[in-house]
Design a protein around this ligand. Structure first.
Ligand code: SF4
Length: 275
């Protein structure tokens, strides 16, 4: 079932500001909405805004892949203390991780793009799918300026990858400067790795600092030269890679359906569809 279509709602105007989008999402979806964050700068802005708008009554969750940095764990504690909100921490399936690591080793992501995608699938994508099955809307910190693959993201859309859950990107139009200006003005806590030259932050072994001339996401899976710098939460692998990925994933998670059958209406999905 496409959840959002089961309860038609009127989307906010296309020029709605970030606070309006968040306020709209919170009022329309209530406890069926949650903020998903990995505690990067954009996520911190959204948490700060949502805490102000909701008086702290907003759901926030994060995925602990098992490979997060110490700095991320520290920031989770700071956020809890600062905003008085509970951060739900969701985990990958222990059996799936054990099967993958036993078969391919703990650092399989260095072997090939397909293995890296599988690690992201087991540690991030599948836990997210399980969580989104309980929600009608999720809020993420994607910005169009972050990379080529994100330049067309909508502020509000039906998330075709996740059975029609409404996806809200309040900062879609924001620039890097606007994000950091907000953080400074509101004294928002931020990830300490930014002070060490990181410009995008994910799992510890898959993220490094960047140099001034590099793309903001160049520090993610930096050893991959021709792969899309996405983990699969917002974009699926395609073609050859998808087939290789499906075969390996099936070995580790036999019950996992191939991507094509998991997202049957993905190719039919039209941008800008009404919700
Ligand atoms: S970012 Fe790296 S360690 Fe984290 S889930 Fe993806 S491949 Fe695995």
């Amino acid at each position: 079932m496409i959840k959002a279509l089961a309860r038609p709602v009127t989307p906010p105007p296309s020029d709605a500001a970030a606070e309006e989008l968040l306020a709209w999402g919170i009022s329309v979806f209530g406890s069926r909405l949650a903020i998903c964050t990995s505690f990067q700068a954009e996520g911190m802005v959204i948490i700060d805004m949502a805490a102000r708008l909701s008086g702290g009554h907003v759901s926030v969750f994060t995925i602990d892949t098992g490979r997060l940095s110490e700095e991320t764990q520290t920031l989770i504690g700071e956020v809890r203390e600062r905003y008085g909100i509970e951060i739900e921490v969701i985990f990958p399936d222990a059996t799936e991780v054990a099967g993958m690591v036993s078969r391919h080793g703990p650092n399989l992501f260095r072997d090939s793009v397909a293995k890296r995608r599988m690690c992201c699938e087991v540690r991030k994508v599948r836990p997210l799918q399980r969580k989104l099955a309980d929600l009608d809307a999720w809020v993420v910190g994607l910005r169009r300026g972050q990379s080529e693959t994100r330049r067309d993201i909508e502020k509000v859309s039906l998330d075709a990858k996740h059975e029609g859950v409404t996806k809200i990107c309040p900062l879609a139009e924001w620039t890097h400067e606007e994000v950091w200006d907000y953080i400074r003005r509101h004294n928002v806590p931020y990830h300490l790795l930014y002070d060490q030259g990181y410009t995008s932050i994910g799992c510890a072994p898959c993220t490094r600092a960047t140099t001034g001339s590099e793309d903001a996401r160049a520090g993610r899976w930096w050893w991959e030269t021709d792969a899309t710098k996405e983990c699969g939460l917002h974009l699926s692998p395609s073609g050859e890679l998808k087939r290789e990925f499906d075969v390996m994933l099936h070995e580790v998670v036999p019950q996992a359906a191939p991507l094509q059958s998991r997202y049957p209406f993905f190719s039919a999905f039209r941008r800008g569809g009404s919700i």
